[in-house]
Ligand binder design. Structure first.
Ligand SMILES: [Ca+2]
Ligand SMILES: [Ca+2]
Ligand SMILES: [Ca+2]
Ligand SMILES: [Ca+2]
Length: 340
């Protein structure tokens, strides 16, 4: 038994008492609250989280409103630009691409000369300059307030007509031939459009032209069409006989008073003694289509988003549209080369 007591003492020396072997539980593991923060600190309450989310991602309706503010619908853009143009100073237009209001005009020449419709000056003081003024029909037009071309010496060859929309009276450069003696309206009592000196004669001789009235009416040369066609405003033939919306007859832009001054303007459109009737020559007629800007139709009708121009031709003249490139000018809404 003594042996057994001795053996027990040895065992006690080899194995300390349990408290010595293992620290108390509290020393080994901190209390739960020290280990993990309270739930509220780890995850925001749902309402707060939703607010934070809403700030990062606007709700669809709010996002749509913000988008609409950044990108207005096309119609709203055009209307806003037109309204902005009305807020611009005299002679200025609104061009967002160029930073807002300004005079974005550049001088346009007509066979090397500068006339009133290409000089970047508001010659008649109505706050519209050059092509922005409705009666300006291209760089070879010397009147902002009249359909009359008004170029000095433009009409020194009675009855005979060549390209009306360039500078000179000769057909040599444009190869367009017509005579008001070929116009069936040139009969009593008033002989429009040019007077009894040009009385109708189907067999009239057209100076420099090897053909009849009937031929000239239906056929003009390719040179004429190539040169004068782009200069001819929508609604006109290449000899200056034009159809204006709402008028019951076509009118000659070159109509004159007895004194030899231009008589056809916006105020006399309905007076056939001022804006004299003429017959349009079908061979070089540029008709006014629905969505074209035309003489007497500076604005597009509802339903036309943009004006129509020939393929590859830059649009111009309506609010928000860029000016034509250097060397071109705006003729009824389309940029055309200045005549050389
Ligand atoms: Ca001018
Ligand atoms: Ca003007
Ligand atoms: Ca004019
Ligand atoms: Ca046309």
């Amino acid at each position: 038994m003594a042996v057994t007591a001795a053996a027990a003492a040895a065992t006690a020396a080899r194995w300390p008492a349990p408290a010595a072997r293992w620290p108390a539980p509290a020393a080994r593991w901190p209390a739960p609250a020290a280990r993990w923060p309270a739930p509220a600190a780890r995850w925001p309450a749902p309402a707060a989280a939703a607010a934070a989310t809403a700030a990062r991602w606007p709700a669809p309706a709010a996002a749509a409103a913000a988008t609409a503010a950044r990108w207005p619908a096309p119609a709203a853009t055009a209307a806003a630009t037109a309204a902005a143009t009305n807020l611009c100073g005299c002679g200025e237009t609104c061009n967002p691409a160029q930073g807002g209001c300004g005079n974005f005009c550049q001088v346009a020449t007509c066979q090397g000369k500068t006339y009133a419709c290409g000089d970047c000056i508001d010659n008649d003081g109505d706050c519209k300059t050059d092509a922005a003024d409705d009666p300006c029909l291209g760089p070879c037009d010397n009147t902002e307030n009249s359909f009359y071309g008004g170029i000095p010496g433009q009409n020194n060859s009675p009855c005979k007509s060549d390209c009306y929309f360039d500078q000179d009276t000769g057909a040599g450069n444009d190869d367009c031939y017509w005579s008001h003696k070929c116009d069936t309206l040139e009969v009593p009592p008033n002989y429009p459009p040019e007077g009894s000196q040009c009385a109708y004669n189907p067999n009239a001789n057209i100076a420099g032209y090897n053909g009849t009235c009937a031929t000239a009416f239906t056929t003009q040369s390719q040179l004429c069409l190539n040169y004068c066609g782009p200069l001819t405003p929508n609604g006109c033939d290449c000899f200056g006989c034009c159809a204006l919306p709402g008028l019951d007859h076509t009118i000659w832009l070159g109509s004159e008073n007895p004194a030899g001054t231009g008589s056809c303007n916006a105020n006399t459109l309905n007076d056939p003694s001022k804006c004299k009737p003429c017959t349009q020559v079908t061979a070089c007629l540029n008709t006014c289509e629905l969505c074209e800007v035309c003489i007497g139709k500076p604005d597009l009708p509802p339903g036309c988003v943009e004006q129509v121009c020939p393929p590859g031709v830059q649009k111009c003249g309506l609010p928000g549209q860029a000016p034509c490139p250097l060397g071109e000018s705006c003729i009824t809404g389309c940029c055309q080369d200045n005549p050389q």
